[in-house]
Design a protein around this ligand. Structure first.
Ligand code: FAD
Ligand code: NAD
Length: 481
């Protein structure tokens, strides 16, 4: 055992014998863990059954945002006359929309491949399954089988779309999941979305812009359950104004056929209604992709496929870690990556715990919606004595220029210490701005510290400071009530 010093951290690692680290899954959790493990001196092997980059790069974050960006260009063009620009989107070339999406995805997957190579990570193409606590059997793409044993193992096998037990969904060609929705031959003429969560809202936004008649059917009283309720209600109104039909407290009873379309039976607050749509997007959540792993053969504790870990990402089996979507907790790429770094650190002599306090939730609607920390509903549930600062974006110059001033910024703070509890933004580039909120929460900032921070003018972020001022009833650009 020798002392090993890196970035001011002392680790106890046997540098004479390279530690072998096996990472299962090459998504944003797995490839980041592999790179960090290699940086820390381990001999790393990564096993991927499908394509490096995982869900996020291939069929998740990146392709959805590529479609949404194309949709946003259309929208901007259709509003260009307001700004004195004589241009209108004549239509779209769907093949090119998909080609651009593919090009971005391929470039990023190529980048990950290059990074793994540069870090001397050995990549095996195949599906891994446990045969013992630290032994894996790999069904390789070339048809061969390989057995691997590692000193340390990190599981990062991610998730796949969940299919609800609604009669008529399984095996119905009109019913699609998010993966198929990203590669349709053409935007459908009509789309019924089951689930008003993140995937439902983002794909509804994209297809609405491409002219599809969209209906969202959400079981709960509120869309986007994890987001701030007041701003979610504003976003709902904006989406309805664009022609998206939104039903809440609505339960899909069954999906049948109507010619080559789907006929969907919905129970809307006790009243039965029928909808016909060319495609039905099933977006009711995702389930962990752990069935093939044979977790029980290694004795790894799990709850119906959700791998159980402690804050150090350690599973119930020593030297085996798990991260990202396969835990079935927070299914976000940035969470998978942070947990990947932590697991690699912990596997290689450090002890770092995971804390989701600064985790931003982002929804790429038009306008964007982002939040970090407690929502008002969360503060109420926890019985916290909180206050709110609100700033509408119609009073912000940059927002007025960008999108007519649609949206608002909301800050929640604790009444006793004035500490920031949560920041919620509905507005242009909200997902970029939420970084300030995450930093404020990480640094346990107070209203005063946000106010003392000079924000550039003209920017939408000025409204974060104004929301903090509004909390103290001293906003400059709105009357204080
Ligand atoms: P994954 O990315 O799922 O990667 C797991 C990898 O493991 C896969 O490549 C899989 O093939 C491989 N694998 C599985 N089993 C085995 C096995 N037995 N052997 C070998 N390999 C195996 N998150 C965000 O933060 N922002 C977004 O904007 C966003 N948008 C999304 C949009 C959509 C449509 C979807 C579906 C998801 C989106 N997400 C987004 C979620 C994000 O994609 C996931 O949280 C993230 O990819 C999880 O990373 P991961 O590494 O845990 O798993
Ligand atoms: P989700 O959990 O965000 O939303 C699912 C929604 O479906 C919920 O509102 C739920 O109440 C509703 N629902 C469940 N069963 C239903 C039923 N039978 N009928 C009607 N509604 C029903 O799940 P998702 O939208 O599928 O997304 C999956 C994961 O992918 C999420 O965990 C999310 O974190 C991740 N993701 C993130 C982003 C992003 O960060 N921008 C984008 C897309 C996906």
């Amino acid at each position: 055992m020798t002392l090993f010093e890196q970035n001011g951290v002392t680790r106890f690692i046997d540098m004479d014998k390279k530690i072998s680290l096996i990472v299962i899954g090459g998504g944003p959790g797995g490839y980041v863990a592999a790179i960090r493990g290699a940086q820390l001196g381990a001999d790393v092997t990564l096993i991927e059954k499908n394509r490096l980059g995982g869900t996020c790069l291939n069929v998740g974050c990146i392709p959805t945002k590529a479609l949404l960006h194309a949709a946003e260009i259309m929208e901007e063009m259709n509003h260009a006359a307001e700004y004195g620009i004589k241009v209108k989107a004549e239509g779209y070339d769907w093949k090119q929309v998909l080609a651009k999406k593919r090009a971005v995805v391929n470039q990023l997957v190529g980048g990950v491949t290059g990074l793994l190579k540069a870090n001397k990570v050995k990549v095996i193409e195949g599906e891994a399954a446990f045969t013992g606590t630290k032994t894996l059997s790999i069904n390789k793409k070339d048809g061969k089988t390989e057995t691997l044993t590692g000193d340390k193992i990190i599981i990062a096998t991610g998730s796949v779309p969940a299919i609800p037990p609604i009669p008529g969904v399984q095996g119905n060609p009109a019913c699609i999941d998010s993966t198929s929705a990203l590669s349709l031959e053409n935007p459908p003429e009509s789309l019924l979305v089951i689930g008003g969560g993140v995937i439902g809202m983002e794909l509804a936004t994209a297809y609405n812009a491409f002219g599809t008649k969209v209906t969202i059917v959400e079981a709960l009283p509120k869309l986007l359950p994890m987001m701030d309720g007041e701003l979610t209600a504003t976003l709902r109104g904006l989406m309805e104004k664009k022609g998206i039909e939104i039903l809440t407290e609505a339960k899909v009873l069954s999906v049948g056929k109507s010619g080559d379309k789907a006929e969907v039976q919905v129970d809307l607050k006790g009243v039965k209604k029928s909808f016909v749509a060319e495609k039905v997007l099933v977006a009711v959540g995702r389930k962990t992709d752990t069935a093939a792993l044979q977790l029980d053969k290694a004795g790894i504790r799990h709850d119906r496929g959700k791998i159980q870990v402690n804050e150090f990402m350690e599973t119930s089996v020593k030297d085996v870690y798990a991260i990202g979507d396969c835990l079935g907790q927070i299914m976000l790429a940035h969470i998978a990556s942070v947990q990947g770094e932590l697991a690699a650190e912990n596997a290689l002599g450090h002890k770092m715990g995971f804390d989701s306090k600064t985790n931003p939730s982002c929804v790429y609607t038009m306008p964007e919606f982002a939040g970090v920390g407690l929502t008002e509903e969360g503060a109420k549930e926890k019985g916290i004595d909180y206050g709110v600062g609100n700033f509408p974006l119609f009073a912000n110059g940059k927002a007025l220029i960008a999108n007519g001033g649609v949206g608002a910024i909301k800050i929640l703070y604790g009444k006793k210490f004035n500490e920031i509890l949560g920041i919620h933004i509905l507005g242009p580039r909200a997902t970029e701005m939420i970084g300030e909120g995450a930093l404020a929460l990480g640094l346990e900032a107070t209203l005063e510290e946000v106010i003392q921070t000079i924000h550039a003018h003209p920017t939408v972020t000025e409204a974060v400071r104004e929301a903090a001022l509004a909390a103290e009833k001293r906003a400059i650009h709105i009357p204080n009530k």
